[in-house]
Design a protein around this ligand. Sequence first.
Ligand code: FAD
Ligand code: UDP
Length: 370
Amino acid sequence: MYDYLIIGSGFAGSVLAERLASQLNKKVLIIDKRNHIGGNAYDHYDEAGILVHKYGPHIFHTNSKDVFNYLSRFTEWRPYEHHVLASVDGQLVPIPINLNTINMLYGANFTSEDVTGFLESKAEKRHPVLTSEDVVLNVVGKELYEKFFKGYTQKQWDLDPSELDASVTARVPTRINKDNRYFTDKYQAMPLHGYTKMFENMLAHPNIHIMLNTDFRDVKEHIAYKKIIYTGPIDGFFDYRYGKLPYRSIEFDFQTIDKENYQPTGTVNYPNSNAYTRITEFKFLTGQQHHKTSIVFEYPVAEGDPYYPIPRKENHALYNKYKALADSLDNIYFTGRLGTYKYYNMDQVVAQSLALFKKIQQETSQLNGV
Ligand code: FAD
Ligand code: UDP
């Protein structure tokens, strides 16, 4: 008899498995329908011996000291600040749009003060800012919006930015300084020996059993457990009773190139050309030395593994119906990007699962009269 059956061995499930086993001495079975742990953060060595991320590039960044300290129990880190260039008007320019980007695009020599005035003259003010189109037009205006955001967003989501919540393009801010980094978080680093190794360390506790190649639907009647933690898609758990929650998927095209280096930065974005959105060269992320290099092209598609919840009003409304069902059940918790239908980064998922653990811990101590 397990105390907890955890469905999904990504960040959401693995954090809870580790906490419940090590802090509350619970017996945990963690299952995953894939043949590996780590969820979408899984990495492995390809045929050429280069460390690649099977489900697309994963760059760790967070402002949370708690999250960083927690994960630091299971890995050492390699400091890494991600840089992205966008292929626009025949040039590769930094994205997020910043002072360097504008100066390169317009052959100008603006200062931060100049660029503030320049952007103000271009901006199309929106009140309120509701959509992903509003966010960008409000700050940089139509020309830069069309160069950097409209086409990329259409490819990535198969929706016009005006059909998506503001939160989506708000992930990529506009800067008036020369900071070319993709993220500005306080902690930016990659697990020194890779994500999979970090997950192995998290799950290496005698109270944790792991079953791979195991779909919850096939085994739920055959395993004895007291409580469930579910990190798969919430609509699937309820057999799509209210209809399917929309997700966006990606086809990854991995290639190994017979030269040491392929492109100038970790990622190059292609907002307006090609069917793919971006190309990532893994050696930048991992720091690996190798005489060859491996890259991945990302082609967004409608069908396939559910990678991206699609943030828009009607989808939140449908999710809320499933959440109400979930809330009505005892002894089952939903967490993670799929379990709560949230476009979360890895650190947000870790924070969410640590918060859920605290809640479970409080419930347990109340039950025990502590
Ligand atoms: P997942 O990692 O999806 O894990 C869920 C697990 O549940 C999966 O392993 C799945 O196989 C399993 N499962 C589902 N249903 C069942 C079932 N019925 N039975 C058994 N098992 C089941 N975040 C960042 O912070 N930085 C990045 O650079 C970044 N890049 C990304 C790039 C891409 C292309 C994608 C798609 C995501 C990226 N993310 C990034 C987000 C990151 O992947 C997620 O935040 C994180 O992996 C979510 O963890 P999770 O445990 O919630 O879900
Ligand atoms: N985006 C864009 N152009 C870019 C980069 C991002 O239009 O060059 C938009 C696009 O809608 C994308 C969103 O901003 O889906 C979030 O970008 P991010 O790089 O955070 O996406 P992720 O890494 O999660 O795929």
